[in-house]
Design a protein around this ligand. Structure first.
Ligand code: CA
Length: 373
Protein backbone atom coordinates (compact mmCIF):
# COMPACT_ATOMS: atom_id res chain seq x y z
CA UNK A 1 0.00 0.00 0.00
CA UNK A 2 2.56 2.50 1.16
CA UNK A 3 5.13 1.93 -1.62
CA UNK A 4 2.43 2.17 -4.27
CA UNK A 5 1.25 5.52 -2.98
CA UNK A 6 4.80 6.74 -2.96
CA UNK A 7 5.25 5.61 -6.54
CA UNK A 8 2.07 7.35 -7.58
CA UNK A 9 3.15 10.49 -5.82
CA UNK A 10 6.57 10.31 -7.48
CA UNK A 11 4.93 9.89 -10.88
CA UNK A 12 2.62 12.81 -10.23
CA UNK A 13 5.55 14.95 -9.21
CA UNK A 14 7.46 13.91 -12.31
CA UNK A 15 4.45 14.69 -14.44
CA UNK A 16 4.23 18.14 -12.88
CA UNK A 17 7.93 18.80 -13.43
CA UNK A 18 7.70 17.72 -17.06
CA UNK A 19 4.54 19.78 -17.63
CA UNK A 20 6.17 22.88 -16.21
CA UNK A 21 9.29 22.20 -18.24
CA UNK A 22 7.27 21.75 -21.43
CA UNK A 23 5.28 24.88 -20.74
CA UNK A 24 8.50 26.87 -20.45
CA UNK A 25 9.93 25.23 -23.56
CA UNK A 26 12.55 23.27 -21.64
CA UNK A 27 12.38 19.50 -21.47
CA UNK A 28 15.61 19.04 -19.58
CA UNK A 29 16.25 19.02 -15.88
CA UNK A 30 19.26 19.73 -13.78
CA UNK A 31 21.32 16.76 -12.77
CA UNK A 32 24.06 16.54 -10.22
CA UNK A 33 26.66 17.20 -12.89
CA UNK A 34 24.98 20.07 -14.67
CA UNK A 35 27.28 23.11 -14.45
CA UNK A 36 25.83 25.79 -12.21
CA UNK A 37 24.91 29.23 -13.52
CA UNK A 38 26.24 32.03 -11.31
CA UNK A 39 24.70 35.43 -12.04
CA UNK A 40 27.80 37.65 -12.12
CA UNK A 41 26.91 40.87 -10.23
CA UNK A 42 23.27 39.87 -10.85
CA UNK A 43 21.80 39.95 -14.33
CA UNK A 44 24.42 42.64 -15.01
CA UNK A 45 24.15 42.28 -18.78
CA UNK A 46 20.67 43.80 -18.56
CA UNK A 47 20.52 46.15 -15.54
CA UNK A 48 23.12 48.16 -13.58
CA UNK A 49 25.36 45.65 -11.80
CA UNK A 50 24.77 44.75 -8.15
CA UNK A 51 21.51 46.71 -7.85
CA UNK A 52 18.62 44.89 -6.18
CA UNK A 53 16.80 45.15 -9.52
CA UNK A 54 19.62 43.26 -11.27
CA UNK A 55 19.47 40.61 -8.55
CA UNK A 56 15.70 40.22 -8.81
CA UNK A 57 16.01 39.81 -12.57
CA UNK A 58 18.74 37.18 -12.13
CA UNK A 59 16.48 35.40 -9.69
CA UNK A 60 13.61 35.43 -12.17
CA UNK A 61 15.97 34.03 -14.80
CA UNK A 62 16.59 31.09 -12.48
CA UNK A 63 20.29 31.52 -11.93
CA UNK A 64 21.48 28.80 -9.56
CA UNK A 65 23.55 31.30 -7.58
CA UNK A 66 23.65 35.10 -7.43
CA UNK A 67 26.94 36.87 -6.78
CA UNK A 68 27.63 39.67 -4.27
CA UNK A 69 30.93 41.59 -4.29
CA UNK A 70 31.41 43.19 -0.88
CA UNK A 71 33.19 46.28 0.45
CA UNK A 72 32.80 48.16 3.74
CA UNK A 73 31.44 51.65 4.28
CA UNK A 74 32.96 54.15 6.73
CA UNK A 75 30.38 53.08 9.33
CA UNK A 76 31.00 49.35 8.77
CA UNK A 77 28.06 48.42 6.57
CA UNK A 78 28.77 45.82 3.90
CA UNK A 79 27.95 47.37 0.53
CA UNK A 80 27.35 45.21 -2.54
CA UNK A 81 29.63 46.66 -5.21
CA UNK A 82 32.57 45.51 -7.26
CA UNK A 83 35.28 48.12 -6.74
CA UNK A 84 36.58 49.84 -3.64
CA UNK A 85 35.87 53.06 -5.57
CA UNK A 86 32.52 54.67 -6.39
CA UNK A 87 33.89 56.47 -9.44
CA UNK A 88 32.54 54.44 -12.34
CA UNK A 89 29.01 53.45 -11.31
CA UNK A 90 27.68 56.47 -9.37
CA UNK A 91 27.30 60.25 -9.50
CA UNK A 92 29.64 60.66 -6.52
CA UNK A 93 31.89 63.08 -8.44
CA UNK A 94 29.04 65.58 -8.82
CA UNK A 95 27.33 64.96 -5.44
CA UNK A 96 30.47 64.96 -3.26
CA UNK A 97 33.13 66.68 -5.42
CA UNK A 98 35.37 67.46 -2.43
CA UNK A 99 35.61 63.88 -1.19
CA UNK A 100 38.14 62.29 -3.58
CA UNK A 101 41.46 61.17 -2.15
CA UNK A 102 44.77 62.47 -3.50
CA UNK A 103 44.79 59.72 -6.13
CA UNK A 104 41.54 61.11 -7.55
CA UNK A 105 39.37 58.14 -6.48
CA UNK A 106 36.24 58.31 -4.34
CA UNK A 107 36.52 55.41 -1.87
CA UNK A 108 33.41 53.67 -0.57
CA UNK A 109 35.14 53.32 2.78
CA UNK A 110 35.20 57.14 3.17
CA UNK A 111 31.39 57.39 3.04
CA UNK A 112 28.66 56.49 5.54
CA UNK A 113 25.71 54.35 4.50
CA UNK A 114 23.48 57.43 4.70
CA UNK A 115 25.74 59.21 2.20
CA UNK A 116 26.07 56.17 -0.05
CA UNK A 117 22.28 55.89 -0.23
CA UNK A 118 22.15 59.41 -1.69
CA UNK A 119 24.14 58.32 -4.72
CA UNK A 120 22.51 57.54 -8.02
CA UNK A 121 23.76 54.26 -9.55
CA UNK A 122 24.14 53.41 -13.21
CA UNK A 123 25.87 50.77 -15.31
CA UNK A 124 29.68 50.96 -15.47
CA UNK A 125 31.09 53.89 -17.42
CA UNK A 126 34.62 54.99 -18.22
CA UNK A 127 35.29 58.02 -15.99
CA UNK A 128 38.29 59.12 -18.10
CA UNK A 129 35.93 59.49 -21.08
CA UNK A 130 33.16 61.13 -19.10
CA UNK A 131 30.05 59.94 -17.29
CA UNK A 132 28.21 59.21 -20.52
CA UNK A 133 30.76 56.75 -21.91
CA UNK A 134 29.47 53.23 -21.23
CA UNK A 135 31.93 50.41 -20.59
CA UNK A 136 29.59 48.03 -22.44
CA UNK A 137 27.68 49.44 -25.39
CA UNK A 138 24.17 48.19 -26.06
CA UNK A 139 23.35 47.49 -22.43
CA UNK A 140 20.83 49.30 -20.23
CA UNK A 141 21.31 53.03 -20.96
CA UNK A 142 23.39 55.04 -18.49
CA UNK A 143 21.60 57.25 -15.94
CA UNK A 144 18.10 56.09 -16.88
CA UNK A 145 15.47 55.13 -14.30
CA UNK A 146 16.59 55.13 -10.66
CA UNK A 147 18.94 52.73 -8.90
CA UNK A 148 20.83 52.83 -5.61
CA UNK A 149 23.55 50.93 -3.79
CA UNK A 150 22.36 48.05 -1.61
CA UNK A 151 23.72 46.56 1.58
CA UNK A 152 24.57 42.87 1.87
CA UNK A 153 21.73 42.47 4.38
CA UNK A 154 19.22 44.04 1.97
CA UNK A 155 20.30 41.68 -0.78
CA UNK A 156 20.20 38.57 1.41
CA UNK A 157 16.69 39.55 2.51
CA UNK A 158 15.68 39.97 -1.14
CA UNK A 159 16.97 36.53 -2.15
CA UNK A 160 15.65 34.77 0.94
CA UNK A 161 12.32 36.55 0.50
CA UNK A 162 12.09 35.37 -3.11
CA UNK A 163 13.07 31.87 -2.04
CA UNK A 164 9.97 32.01 0.14
CA UNK A 165 7.55 33.77 -2.21
CA UNK A 166 8.62 32.29 -5.55
CA UNK A 167 9.89 29.02 -4.19
CA UNK A 168 13.22 28.46 -5.97
CA UNK A 169 16.22 27.55 -3.86
CA UNK A 170 18.61 30.17 -5.22
CA UNK A 171 22.07 30.28 -3.70
CA UNK A 172 24.43 33.15 -2.91
CA UNK A 173 28.06 33.57 -3.95
CA UNK A 174 29.60 36.45 -1.93
CA UNK A 175 33.12 37.73 -2.61
CA UNK A 176 35.27 39.46 -0.01
CA UNK A 177 36.93 42.32 -1.90
CA UNK A 178 40.51 43.29 -1.13
CA UNK A 179 40.96 42.22 2.50
CA UNK A 180 44.49 43.74 2.43
CA UNK A 181 43.01 47.17 1.65
CA UNK A 182 40.36 46.94 4.35
CA UNK A 183 43.00 45.84 6.86
CA UNK A 184 45.21 48.83 5.95
CA UNK A 185 42.13 50.98 6.66
CA UNK A 186 41.76 49.33 10.08
CA UNK A 187 38.82 47.06 9.17
CA UNK A 188 38.34 43.29 9.23
CA UNK A 189 35.99 42.74 6.31
CA UNK A 190 36.16 38.94 6.47
CA UNK A 191 34.82 38.86 10.00
CA UNK A 192 32.02 41.26 9.01
CA UNK A 193 31.04 39.06 6.05
CA UNK A 194 31.09 35.84 8.07
CA UNK A 195 29.05 37.35 10.91
CA UNK A 196 26.43 38.58 8.45
CA UNK A 197 26.28 35.20 6.73
CA UNK A 198 25.83 33.48 10.08
CA UNK A 199 23.11 35.95 11.11
CA UNK A 200 21.19 35.09 7.93
CA UNK A 201 21.49 31.35 8.45
CA UNK A 202 24.39 30.51 6.14
CA UNK A 203 26.48 28.28 8.37
CA UNK A 204 27.43 25.20 6.34
CA UNK A 205 27.40 23.59 2.91
CA UNK A 206 23.79 22.59 3.69
CA UNK A 207 22.81 26.08 2.52
CA UNK A 208 23.47 27.05 -1.07
CA UNK A 209 26.49 29.27 -0.59
CA UNK A 210 30.06 29.64 -1.82
CA UNK A 211 32.38 32.26 -0.32
CA UNK A 212 35.06 33.53 -2.72
CA UNK A 213 38.14 35.71 -2.61
CA UNK A 214 41.28 36.45 -4.62
CA UNK A 215 43.23 36.45 -1.34
CA UNK A 216 44.68 33.00 -0.55
CA UNK A 217 46.17 33.92 2.81
CA UNK A 218 42.86 35.45 3.88
CA UNK A 219 40.91 32.36 2.80
CA UNK A 220 43.29 30.25 4.89
CA UNK A 221 42.70 32.55 7.85
CA UNK A 222 38.95 32.20 7.32
CA UNK A 223 39.25 28.43 7.12
CA UNK A 224 41.70 27.93 9.98
CA UNK A 225 40.65 30.64 12.44
CA UNK A 226 37.51 32.65 11.73
CA UNK A 227 35.06 29.90 10.75
CA UNK A 228 35.99 27.59 13.65
CA UNK A 229 35.70 30.55 16.01
CA UNK A 230 32.22 31.40 14.70
CA UNK A 231 31.27 27.73 14.56
CA UNK A 232 30.43 27.81 10.86
CA UNK A 233 31.88 25.87 7.93
CA UNK A 234 31.23 27.36 4.50
CA UNK A 235 32.63 26.14 1.17
CA UNK A 236 35.39 28.50 0.01
CA UNK A 237 36.45 29.30 -3.55
CA UNK A 238 39.93 30.54 -4.44
CA UNK A 239 39.74 33.08 -7.26
CA UNK A 240 42.77 33.16 -9.55
CA UNK A 241 43.96 36.41 -11.12
CA UNK A 242 46.63 37.46 -13.56
CA UNK A 243 49.42 39.22 -11.67
CA UNK A 244 49.19 42.48 -13.58
CA UNK A 245 45.58 43.15 -12.47
CA UNK A 246 46.85 44.00 -8.99
CA UNK A 247 43.98 42.16 -7.28
CA UNK A 248 46.08 41.78 -4.16
CA UNK A 249 48.95 43.99 -3.06
CA UNK A 250 51.47 43.08 -0.38
CA UNK A 251 53.57 45.55 1.54
CA UNK A 252 57.33 45.14 1.22
CA UNK A 253 59.14 47.71 3.34
CA UNK A 254 57.59 50.97 2.17
CA UNK A 255 56.18 49.89 -1.17
CA UNK A 256 53.16 47.88 -2.25
CA UNK A 257 53.86 45.03 -4.64
CA UNK A 258 51.51 42.97 -6.78
CA UNK A 259 50.91 39.48 -5.39
CA UNK A 260 52.27 36.63 -7.48
CA UNK A 261 49.41 34.26 -8.38
CA UNK A 262 51.40 31.83 -10.52
CA UNK A 263 51.71 29.15 -7.83
CA UNK A 264 47.95 28.55 -7.94
CA UNK A 265 48.14 27.08 -11.43
CA UNK A 266 50.73 24.42 -10.54
CA UNK A 267 50.06 20.87 -9.32
CA UNK A 268 51.52 21.73 -5.90
CA UNK A 269 49.51 24.93 -5.73
CA UNK A 270 46.23 23.21 -6.50
CA UNK A 271 46.99 20.64 -3.81
CA UNK A 272 47.54 23.45 -1.34
CA UNK A 273 44.26 25.13 -2.35
CA UNK A 274 42.40 21.84 -1.93
CA UNK A 275 43.51 21.96 1.71
CA UNK A 276 41.34 24.99 2.48
CA UNK A 277 38.91 25.49 -0.42
CA UNK A 278 36.19 23.55 -2.22
CA UNK A 279 36.75 25.22 -5.56
CA UNK A 280 38.71 27.56 -7.78
CA UNK A 281 37.50 30.51 -9.84
CA UNK A 282 39.94 31.06 -12.71
CA UNK A 283 39.67 33.60 -15.54
CA UNK A 284 38.30 31.44 -18.35
CA UNK A 285 41.26 31.92 -20.76
CA UNK A 286 43.43 30.23 -18.09
CA UNK A 287 41.70 26.91 -18.88
CA UNK A 288 42.32 26.68 -22.63
CA UNK A 289 45.12 26.80 -25.13
CA UNK A 290 45.35 27.09 -28.89
CA UNK A 291 45.31 23.71 -30.59
CA UNK A 292 48.61 22.77 -32.19
CA UNK A 293 46.94 22.84 -35.60
CA UNK A 294 44.30 25.26 -36.82
CA UNK A 295 42.75 27.99 -34.74
CA UNK A 296 40.59 25.89 -32.39
CA UNK A 297 41.03 25.94 -28.64
CA UNK A 298 41.48 22.85 -26.50
CA UNK A 299 41.40 22.43 -22.72
CA UNK A 300 44.70 22.59 -20.89
CA UNK A 301 45.23 20.40 -17.83
CA UNK A 302 44.17 22.88 -15.15
CA UNK A 303 40.48 21.90 -14.94
CA UNK A 304 41.08 18.16 -14.82
CA UNK A 305 43.93 18.56 -12.31
CA UNK A 306 41.75 20.65 -10.01
CA UNK A 307 38.79 18.29 -10.33
CA UNK A 308 41.01 15.27 -9.58
CA UNK A 309 41.70 16.92 -6.21
CA UNK A 310 37.98 17.35 -5.58
CA UNK A 311 37.96 21.05 -6.44
CA UNK A 312 35.03 22.57 -8.33
CA UNK A 313 36.01 24.81 -11.25
CA UNK A 314 33.88 27.96 -11.74
CA UNK A 315 35.52 30.25 -14.33
CA UNK A 316 34.56 33.89 -14.97
CA UNK A 317 33.18 35.86 -16.85
CA UNK A 318 31.01 34.68 -19.71
CA UNK A 319 29.51 37.67 -21.52
CA UNK A 320 27.11 37.34 -24.43
CA UNK A 321 27.56 40.91 -25.76
CA UNK A 322 28.89 40.42 -29.32
CA UNK A 323 32.01 42.52 -28.68
CA UNK A 324 32.78 40.53 -25.50
CA UNK A 325 32.95 37.10 -27.14
CA UNK A 326 36.53 36.34 -28.28
CA UNK A 327 36.49 36.75 -32.05
CA UNK A 328 38.37 33.51 -32.62
CA UNK A 329 35.59 31.58 -30.84
CA UNK A 330 32.77 33.17 -32.77
CA UNK A 331 29.62 33.13 -30.65
CA UNK A 332 28.43 32.95 -27.06
CA UNK A 333 26.99 29.50 -27.71
CA UNK A 334 30.32 28.24 -29.08
CA UNK A 335 32.13 29.75 -26.12
CA UNK A 336 29.80 27.94 -23.72
CA UNK A 337 30.07 24.74 -25.74
CA UNK A 338 33.86 24.80 -25.43
CA UNK A 339 33.73 25.19 -21.66
CA UNK A 340 30.75 22.95 -20.92
CA UNK A 341 31.46 20.08 -23.30
CA UNK A 342 35.24 20.12 -23.68
CA UNK A 343 36.77 21.84 -20.67
CA UNK A 344 33.93 20.39 -18.54
CA UNK A 345 33.70 23.13 -15.96
CA UNK A 346 31.44 22.83 -12.90
CA UNK A 347 29.87 26.25 -13.27
CA UNK A 348 30.12 29.60 -15.04
CA UNK A 349 29.99 33.19 -13.87
CA UNK A 350 27.93 35.05 -16.44
CA UNK A 351 26.43 38.51 -17.01
CA UNK A 352 23.56 36.88 -18.97
CA UNK A 353 22.23 34.08 -16.73
CA UNK A 354 19.20 33.49 -18.97
CA UNK A 355 21.35 32.70 -22.01
CA UNK A 356 23.85 30.58 -20.10
CA UNK A 357 21.06 28.66 -18.41
CA UNK A 358 19.25 28.04 -21.67
CA UNK A 359 22.41 26.67 -23.28
CA UNK A 360 23.66 24.64 -20.32
CA UNK A 361 20.37 22.99 -19.50
CA UNK A 362 20.03 21.91 -23.11
CA UNK A 363 23.59 20.71 -23.50
CA UNK A 364 24.45 19.31 -20.10
CA UNK A 365 22.52 16.02 -19.98
CA UNK A 366 24.25 14.92 -23.16
CA UNK A 367 27.70 15.87 -21.96
CA UNK A 368 28.40 15.84 -18.24
CA UNK A 369 26.07 13.06 -17.11
CA UNK A 370 27.42 10.59 -19.64
CA UNK A 371 31.03 11.28 -18.85
CA UNK A 372 30.68 11.39 -15.11
CA UNK A 373 28.59 8.60 -13.61
CA1 CA B 1 33.25 39.08 -8.13
Amino acid sequence: MRPKQTTLRTLLRLFLVVSVALASGQVFARTENTPIVIAHRGASGYLPEHTLEAKALAYGMKADYIEQDLVLSKDDHLIVMHDIYLDNITDVASKFPQRARKDGHFYTIDFTLKELKQLRVTGPFVPALGRNAPKYTGRFPLWKSRFELATFAEELELIQGLNQSLGYDTGIYPEIKKPYFHRAEGKDISRAVLETLKRYGYTSAQQKVFLQSFDAEELQRINDELMPELNIDLPLVQLIAENDWGEKLTQKNDTWEKYDYRWMRTAEGLKKIAGYAEGVGPWFPMLIEKASTGSAFTPNTLTASAQALGLKVHPYTFRADPQQVPGSIGSFEKLLALFVKEVKVDGVFTDQPDKAREYIYKAAPASKTLTND
